[in-house]
Design a binder for this molecule. Structure first.
Ligand SMILES: *[C@@H]1O[C@H](CO)[C@@H](O)[C@H](O)[C@H]1NC(C)=O
Ligand SMILES: *[C@@H]1O[C@H](CO)[C@@H](O)[C@H](O)[C@H]1NC(C)=O
Ligand SMILES: *[C@@H]1O[C@H](CO)[C@@H](O)[C@H](O)[C@H]1NC(C)=O
Ligand SMILES: [Zn+2]
Length: 465
């Protein structure tokens, strides 16, 4: 299947699931309160005519992040190059091609009783079911049903607005990125792995030019609770890997489940195997469904909902589900932003709600990055049965590193653990990664993604009109 076909299929499936989801969740809260007129959105947009070409010096005046982002010292392939894209699956990750150390880490976590033994869900119209198990039970705790666990983030602190955008990077992200840059707005981009692969230019703008935070939104955007443990490894692992290898070695600390669909098992694999914390939201504009057939959401209803929340109580603070998926969703945020400021919200990047870093091993986008030899949690040694004899408590500073940066000396505990671990990684792990790299060597032209984005806008425009 060509990349274009695959992408079309992805967007088609994505749209279909959105329709199903919007149908099953009913009307948007607050839309019935909406009884005043709005000027057509287009007319209220700030003029974009003064925007300068990308390399114009005026951009430096507004630049927040540093172009020379720090790295862990490893010589990663240039983002967008053939060498960079060669190592990743083009679509749904093949569970037989996963790096062995990920599989070992999963098996170790299961053996240690850290991964709840509940079955994958069956998704019926977007709502997961678990046979005879109650989705709201302690055992399952489905986020689709709004079950809360202490370490899953649903709310922001009082007066704080956690800005985040899902589903990028996409060509439709560009106007959003311009707006974020001009207004110096920090935010988190919950990125879909295959979109990073297809849109390296937008990725680079978000990370380097804006200096924004990058978080995980899975490799192919599935209903995660329907996936087996091994399938989850692929969805998390490859997204971690592409972000790690494209940000100078940073390991994301947060992930957001597509459709908000997670549970105890999925959350535990994220946390125990990859060190990822789950971040959800406490308000949903349903902006993503604008223009979808059957959707109740319109630019006016989305705006009305945003206005209500922004002018409403400050406690808890707001984490609003928003997207960089289309022109409409981007417009919704741009329209609402002045109101956020005039209502005194403290706008921070969604994954810095606790004031910490968006990354497990780095101090933000321009701070120190500690080299890690894999994307696994805390770089714990993958307790592969065959390499169990390798010492893991006595750090070796000279062991050859899988990541190729053994010379990058550091003093933190994490660095020490990472170095120790790299000595115990089985050669099977590297073998698996390399063979999958070799079989999928290809170059991603910008054309397929531009076509696909065009299609999405065209379909939205037709349906919406
Ligand atoms: C990530 O970068 C490391 C270091 O350059 C490299 O060994 C590894 O193959 C890269 N991963 C992929 C999937 O390209
Ligand atoms: C959305 O599309 C319209 C029409 O092409 C354009 O005028 C407007 O600037 C776009 N909005 C954003 C945020 O890019
Ligand atoms: C390790 O291997 C032994 C013998 O092959 C097996 O009995 C045991 O269950 C394995 N342990 C793990 C954690 O896989
Ligand atoms: Zn999403």
């Amino acid at each position: 299947m060509s990349s274009t076909r695959r992408l079309l299929l992805f967007f088609t499936l994505f749209s279909v699931s959105n329709i199903v989801l919007s149908a099953s969740f009913g009307p948007l809260a607050g839309r019935d309160d909406h009884d005043h007129d709005h000027a057509p959105l287009r007319k209220r947009l700030p003029s974009t005519s003064w925007y300068q070409r990308d390399d114009h010096p005026v951009h430096n005046l507004f630049k927040r992040g540093k172009r020379d982002t720090t790295s862990d010292g490893t010589n990663y392939a240039e983002v967008g190059s053939a060498a960079w894209s060669a190592g990743y699956p083009e679509g749904k990750p093949d569970v037989t091609q996963l790096p062995q150390e990920w599989v070992d880490a999963l098996n170790a976590a299961v053996a240690a009783g850290k991964i709840p033994n509940i079955p994958p869900s069956t998704s019926t119209g977007g709502n997961p079911t678990y046979g005879s198990l109650d989705p709201m039970s302690d055992e399952v705790c489905s986020t689709t049903y709004k079950c809360r666990k202490n370490d899953w983030i649903w709310d922001a602190p009082e007066g704080v607005f956690g800005a985040g955008f899902d589903d990028g990077p996409l060509p439709t992200s560009d106007p959003l990125y311009d707006f974020l840059q001009q207004n110096d707005i920090p935010s988190t981009h919950f990125m879909i792995g295959i979109n990073v692969l297809q849109n390296p230019k937008e990725f680079t703008t978000a990370f380097e030019t804006l200096g924004d935070d990058i978080a995980v939104h899975t490799w192919t955007h599935p209903y995660m609770t329907t996936k087996t443990n091994e399938e989850l490894l692929g969805e998390f692992g490859w997204t971690m890997e592409i972000i790690h290898n494209s940000t100078g070695g940073r390991l994301p600390k947060y992930w957001r489940p597509p459709y908000g669909d997670s549970d105890n098992r999925v959350g535990a694999i994220a946390k125990e195997v990859f060190g990822l914390q789950t971040i959800l939201w406490n308000q949903d504009t349903e902006d993503w469904s604008m223009g979808e057939p059957g959707s109740q959401a319109t630019p006016e209803s989305v705006q009305a909902a945003l206005t209500k929340w922004i002018e409403g109580p400050k406690n808890p603070g707001l984490i609003i589900l928003e997207h960089e998926l289309s022109n409409y969703t981007v417009d919704a945020f741009i329209q609402a932003y002045p109101l956020l400021k005039s209502n005194g919200w403290n706008v921070v990047s969604a994954c810095q709600l606790d004031g910490g870093s968006a990354y497990q091993n780095a101090d933000g986008d321009d701070g120190t990055v500690t080299h890690v030899s894999s994307v696994l949690a805390d770089n714990e040694p993958p307790v592969s049965n065959s390499s169990a004899a390798a010492p893991t408590s006595a750090p070796t500073s000279t062991g050859s590193s899988v990541g190729g940066a053994s010379s990058h000396a550091g003093t933190s505990t994490k660095q020490t653990t990472a170095t120790a671990k790299s000595a115990s990684v089985s050669s099977a792990a590297t073998g698996a990664t390399q063979s999958s790299a070799a079989t999928s060597m290809r170059w991603h032209a910008a054309v397929p993604s531009t076509l696909a984005a065009g299609l999405v806008l065209f379909v939205s425009a037709v349906v919406f009109a």
